[in-house]
Design a protein around this ligand. Structure first.
Ligand SMILES: Nc1ncnc2c1ncn2[C@@H]1O[C@H](COP(=O)(O)OP(=O)(O)OP(=O)(O)O)[C@@H](O)[C@H]1O
Ligand SMILES: [Mg+2]
Length: 512
């Protein structure tokens, strides 16, 4: 038996009394947490609960104000990210640190001198080393290619290989599956199991509780920076975990569907892009249309084509005229750009929200970024009060957790940054709102808020298209669901009368 498995063996990593304050606000309050050899511990909590902060302390990015960290029973000081790595703590942050312009192999051995002789890099050895590491994870990637061009799972695997290259004893994963597809997530879990078998202690942060119960052994829940629960995953249900996270029972209640839909807002005929082919559908006023499909089925491409974010290779798009007097459909011909789409009332909230949408300024400025012209007198003189009230309203609508709209947006937690970007796009009040994975990375309570906002927009006459990999979300929120399979639309289902199973079958291209 490995000595670390003996009941008396100290945990691989333990924190005690960890406390962190930002400008007088306590974001971690005497938190204790420990992980043993080969254990996967889920670190759970609502957006802003303190998960990433705890992880940043362990990885040397942030200094704590109080508390201790021990590794295999000995107290350690983690002064810097380098110190954490030298101690065997490897972290995949919410934002993966992949250096563009460097190859996969260089990214894996970033900042290390392993493959150097007297300062001269031995490229062959570097590549072979990288391949071996990836191989031990069951992955084969071309280690010479630019790592920034990899798929999300490729980037995740590169970051994990980097962790292993430093012989990590503790691996911390902060929402590693947020950008991964179901198949890629399964790959990651297989890798985690291998690492677990090698005895690596893993801390796993995720808002996807179905995954947590699948891959974790134990859990710790934070609420407002305090530990409010811990135990074995085998002893709890997902609703139990949600209740502990929120401090009250929360159910994802979907708002009622409005039965009546108005005229056709948008008509796509034979839409063809890189992946999707010949996709046709209509969207009516007041309707919420879902798009389901496996990763790579072309589901995101459909909304990108509609929003002018990607070049259309074929097909036509018609939108209802914006002219009050004449609502006759207008065909979108010529170059369809994001700007032109927005002028026609089409707005896409993209999947990669954090990278696509924030400027380093206050929450207020970010929310009002796209609508500055509206908070003016005669379109010239800015009226700060109007802008402030507007931002405040959106901030409340989306339950952004912050110290106020004057707070710099980059100091918000990951999930709350996402909400600010969503607020910014909603501020455009589009007639046709396209949402790509709108609830990714947000906690269960906030999901409900977002569903209500979507329905509210529809009730006001907008048409909404929602792309999601979560089938219950599509069935609960939408009126109809269009299913994509290998680039083609294979069917449209009435959400009220379709089961998850039927949708899933259609996603796999099977008809029953
Ligand atoms: N640099 C900073 N300055 C001030 N406050 C900060 C800073 N970084 C984080 N915070 C605050 O600390 C709190 C905890 O944030 P943290 O990022 O740890 O949350 P989280 O649990 O990871 O949430 P999410 O699920 O949204 O990622 C939040 O209220 C956040 O606004
Ligand atoms: Mg976080």
């Amino acid at each position: 038996m490995c000595p670390a498995l003996l009941p008396t063996a100290p945990p691989v990593v333990a924190v005690k009394g960890l406390t962190k304050r930002y400008g007088g606000v306590t974001v971690l309050d005497h938190v204790d947490l420990s992980v043993r050899w080969g254990e996967v511990r889920a670190l759970l909590g609502e957006n802003g609960a303190g998960k990433s902060t705890l992880i940043k302390v362990l990885s040397g990015v942030v200094r704590s104000d109080d508390g201790t960290v021990t590794l295999n029973g000995s107290d350690v000081e983690i002064h810097s990210a380098h110190a954490a790595q030298d101690l065997g703590i490897a972290t995949l942050h919410q934002e993966l640190a992949i250096v563009p312009g460097l190859s996969v192999a260089e990214n894996i051995f970033l900042g290390q001198r392993k493959a150097q002789t007297f300062g001269v890099v031995r490229w062959g050895a570097l590549r072979r080393g990288a391949e071996l590491l990836l191989d031990s994870l069951g992955q084969s990637l071309d280690v010479r290619q630019d790592a920034s061009l990899l798929s999300p799972v490729g980037k995740t695997m590169t970051a994990i290989a980097r962790a292993l290259s430093r012989d990590a004893k503790v691996l911390i994963l902060d929402e590693p599956t947020a950008a991964l597809t179901d198949q890629e997530t399964a790959q990651l879990f297989a890798v985690m199991r291998r690492l677990k078998d090698r005895g690596v202690a893993i801390i796993y942060v995720s808002h996807r509780l179905e995954e947590v119960v699948q891959v974790c052994d134990t859990y710790t829940v934070l609420r407002n920076g305090q530990k409010v629960g811990e135990g074995d995953i085998a002893d709890v249900t997902i609703p139990d975990l949600i209740t502990t996270m929120a401090g009250r029972p929360v159910s994802t209640i979907f708002p009622a569907r409005e039965g009546t839909h108005g005229g056709v807002l948008l008509r796509a005929v034979g839409l063809t892009g890189r992946r999707c082919r010949d996709v046709s559908f209509e969207l009516r006023e007041g309707e919420v249309l879902g798009i389901a499909g496996l990763a790579g089925s072309g589901r995101s491409e459909v909304v990108r084509l509609l929003a002018g974010a990607q070049h259309r290779r074929g097909g036509s798009i018609e939108v209802q005229g914006v002219d009050e007097a004449s609502r006759a459909p207008v065909s979108i011909a010529g170059r369809h750009t994001i700007g032109r789409a927005q002028r026609r009332g089409i707005t896409l909230v993209p999947q990669e929200r954090r990278t696509d949408g924030l400027v380093p300024d206050t929450i207020e400025r970010n929310i009002n970024l796209t609508t500055l012209g509206r908070h003016t007198l005669g379109r010239v003189v800015m009226v700060p009060r109007r802008a402030r009230e507007h931002a405040q309203q959106r901030h409340t609508d989306l339950a952004v957790r912050s110290r106020g709209i004057g707070q710099p947006v980059l100091r918000l937690s990951g999930g709350n940054q996402q909400k600010v970007v969503l607020a910014k796009f909603l501020a455009l009040s589009p007639r046709i709102l396209l949402l790509d994975e709108p609830t990714r990375g947000v906690d269960v309570g906030t999901k409900s808020e977002i569903y209500h906002l979507v329905r509210e927009r529809a009730a006001q006459g907008a048409g909404v298209v929602v792309v999601s990999s979560e089938l219950p979300e599509l069935l609960g929120l939408c009126d109809r669901v269009l299913v994509m399979h290998e680039g083609r639309a294979v069917g449209t289902f009435d959400a009220a009368t379709t089961t998850e199973d039927e949708l899933l079958h259609a996603c796999y291209g099977r008809t029953r």
